[in-house]
Design a protein around this ligand. Structure first.
Ligand code: PLP
Length: 308
């Protein structure tokens, strides 16, 4: 991983281990078939010390992802929450990206995995904004890719499961090969779905729209945070199917996710979005988001878990 520093310590199956010891065998089921579930969570250094943003919701979604595949996590949600806290403390991080991760271990190579609990790990890394710090202000150039997102009756996009990310890899690598920062997938109906690892919002005439859960998207926690913040600011939000041209005709477009945070999109398919820079509503929402995750504004939703 060229863009990250390896942490000294990793939580693995209930123990905090040195990085070198958190290893798996080549017959591990998940390596062959993508039989894993994971989360991406951030911890920010707030004025009151490091706090994990919406930890409970992320852990709940991790367990939801496991449930869809009938996987047994082998731990309670409280235990995973505690593991997240412990591994940040153990590494002495203040700002961190957390990767809670459950995977089918070395239990044979049959496609019907045995009824055994997943191996579980929580990795904490120091990792800057996924699409680049500078993109938070200047925005990114994105393109629709030739690869569609998964149709709901092929693989459940509501699960953050390892195998799904071959689709994301196709979408993002095609976009990068053509000189874009990120790719956007259409859904099985040909309407807008999301980025390779980010949900998408479109703004026109002050109305904020985002594709619905049926559009092959991952139900993002950042997406839900943005919807809440925007409603509190008095904006109208519509969860609705969006044709591709809605991206071209928008005043503003932005992508969001725990890893990417809130990133303006300044062009789509080389068509300039609005003024070709971060728009005013995107800027307001981005500020509200960072003020919320960094504990600058009051935590009225109980979204912050302080680590000490
Ligand atoms: C993780 C992810 C997101 C963002 O979800 P958050 O909960 O906001 O981090 C969006 N789309 C895909 C495909 C993802 O994997």
């Amino acid at each position: 991983m060229s863009n990250t520093n390896f942490p000294e310590l990793i939580w693995f199956n209930g123990e905090v281990k040195p990085w070198q010891e958190a290893q798996v065998h080549v017959v591990c089921h998940a390596i062959h078939y993508g039989s894993s579930v994971f989360e991406g969570v951030r911890c920010y250094n707030t004025p009151k010390g490091p706090a994990i943003f919406r930890l409970k919701e992320h852990t709940r979604r991790l367990f939801d992802s496991a449930k869809i595949y009938r996987f047994d996590m082998g731990y309670s949600q409280e235990e995973i929450n505690q593991a997240c806290i412990d591994i940040i403390k153990a590494n002495g991080f203040k700002d961190a990206y957390l990767r809670p991760f459950g995977f089918m271990g070395a239990h044979g190579l049959g496609l019907n995995p045995p009824k055994v609990p997943l191996d579980v790990s929580v990795i904490a890394l120091e990792w800057g904004s996924y699409l680049g710090e500078e993109s938070l202000e200047n925005g990114v150039d994105a393109a629709i890719t030739s690869w569609n997102r998964l149709a709901p009756n092929t693989m459940p996009t509501g699960a953050k499961a390892g195998g799904n990310y071959l689709s994301s890899i196709l979408i993002t690598t095609e976009a990068k090969r053509h000189g874009y920062v990120e790719g956007i997938g259409l859904d099985h109906n040909g309407t807008v779905s999301e980025g390779a690892g980010e949900n998408l919002f479109v703004i026109r005439d002050g109305v904020i729209s985002t594709p619905p859960l049926t559009a092959g998207i991952l139900p993002g926690i950042t997406r839900s945070t943005i919807i809440t913040l925007a409603e509190e600011m008095g904006y109208e939000i519509r969860e609705q199917a969006l044709p591709r041209e809605a991206l071209y005709l928008a005043d503003e477009v932005f992508m969001c996710g725990s890893a990417a945070e809130v990133v303006p999109v300044r062009s789509v398919d080389q068509i300039t979005v609005g003024d070709g820079k971060r728009g005013p509503i995107t800027e307001k929402l981005q500020k509200a988001y960072f003020d919320t995750v960094k504990g600058v504004t009051e935590d009225k939703h109980g979204w912050l878990t302080y680590i000490d």
